[in-house]
Design a binder for this molecule. Structure first.
Ligand code: NPG
Length: 365
């Protein structure tokens, strides 16, 4: 399809409550949006980067600048297919979230034009995926217990607790005590520890957690492999797995026995499928991570999570987990599950009124 026009927008959506991780709090999600115009259809892509470079080097304004100056010009006026978009970015180093957003918009446009769903494009036949929720660091343990109780009552099938030094053993113990050992529970440190904390992290073993996510630094693959020998709980990498190649290395080094797949982090949904395939071929279970996406990325994630290697419950939640007003029709949780969208494209487009109200800046190329 010929790419006639590309629009880049920055939108800002307030979160229902601050979301705090070991690297800071997010209260307002500033999101880069890409709209690709071709043959009478519009394809939408969402850039999952955060407003600040605290999770990865990318951030919303930086991603939009790279999209405008380097990535969009490579597609404009050309005939492209979703499958060859990433080849057109050859020579532009890094900026995977920006690249993934533009590729997502082309996938959406291509599928809308063909009247085909993203699930069918991925070969996904599951109609729904179980919903999991990521619970941020709170001021007090009673607050955390109340929040987790609320999510369990809503029907979430798995709880992930954010941890950091000083907020780890006690909150996990409190959740086990309040809700029992049967609740599928895991923790996410977002790189907050060092290998010197191995003995401390091993104290989490007694809680029967599904996994400890990204305890050490993004570049500490070798140290994760050493840590994995000192704790019984499976180690799961997130930040470290920035590409299919990084996934293959981490697996080969035994630095990880589970992988959190976030399409944005690895450069888009097609690279995410590659990570899935590598993990599956090596017997490594995967689950779908989230980046506080709007309905656009949230529905795309639900489809991705339908692939057969996604055997663990992901951070695939309802829009209401983060947004009182989503950009699209809200993603609903029914019976603890999120539907895999079956309509054309990645899912419903942004609601025009909402889009207009939350757009902070826009540029048309
Ligand atoms: O459900 O969308 C979601 C958020 C899940 O905890 C989540 N994401 O490190 O996995 C993470 C974390 C995150 C959130 C990372 C915001 C970066 C920013």
């Amino acid at each position: 399809m010929r790419i006639e026009r590309i629009e880049l927008r920055k939108v800002a959506l307030p979160l229902v409550s601050p979301f705090t991780t070991s690297f800071g709090s997010v209260t307002l999600k500033e999101i880069g949006l890409v709209a690709v115009y071709s043959d009478g259809v519009v394809g939408w892509g969402e850039c999952a980067a955060l407003p600040d470079p605290i999770y990865s080097p990318e951030y919303t304004d930086g991603a939009l600048a790279v999209l405008e100056r380097y990535l969009a010009p490579r597609l404009l006026g050309r005939d492209v297919t979703a499958a060859n978009v990433s080849n057109l970015f050859t020579g532009i180093v890094g900026h995977r979230m920006a690249k993934g957003a533009l590729e997502m918009a082309v996938i959406d446009a291509e599928l809308r034009a063909a009247g085909r769903s993203f699930a069918s494009y991925l070969g996904v036949t599951r109609a729904r995926v179980p919903a999991g929720v990521s619970v941020g660091i709170m001021d007090t343990i009673p607050q955390l217990v109340e929040a987790v109780g609320g999510y369990l009552a809503e029907g979430y099938r798995r709880i992930k607790l954010k941890i950091k030094p000083g907020w780890d053993l006690a909150p996990v113990a409190a959740i086990r005590e309040a809700f029992g050992d049967e609740v599928p529970l895991q923790v996410d440190a977002n790189t907050a520890y060092t290998l010197g904390d191995a003995a401390h992290l091993a104290k989490l073993d007694r809680f029967g957690l599904l996994l400890i996510e990204q305890p050490l630094g993004e570049e500490d693959l070798r140290q994760h492999a050493l840590l994995a020998r000192q704790v019984l709980t499976p180690i799961c990498l997130d930040e470290s797995v920035v590409s299919p190649e990084a996934a293959a290395d981490a697996i080969a080094m035994r630095a990880t026995s589970v992988i959190n797949i976030k399409a944005a982090r690895v450069g888009g949904y097609l690279a995410a499928v590659k990570v899935h395939d590598i993990a599956r071929a090596n017997g490594i279970p995967v689950w779908c991570g989230g980046m506080v996406e709007t309905g656009l990325g949230r529905r795309a994630n639900a489809a991705l999570a339908g692939l057969p290697g996604f055997t663990l419950v992901g951070d695939v939640s309802a829009s209401s987990r983060f947004y009182s007003q989503d950009l699209t029709e809200p993603v609903e949780m029914v019976d603890g599950h999120i539907a895999v969208p079956q309509g054309p494209g990645i899912g419903p487009a942004p609601l025009p009124d909402v889009l207009a109200a939350v757009t902070m800046q826009a540029v048309a190329l």
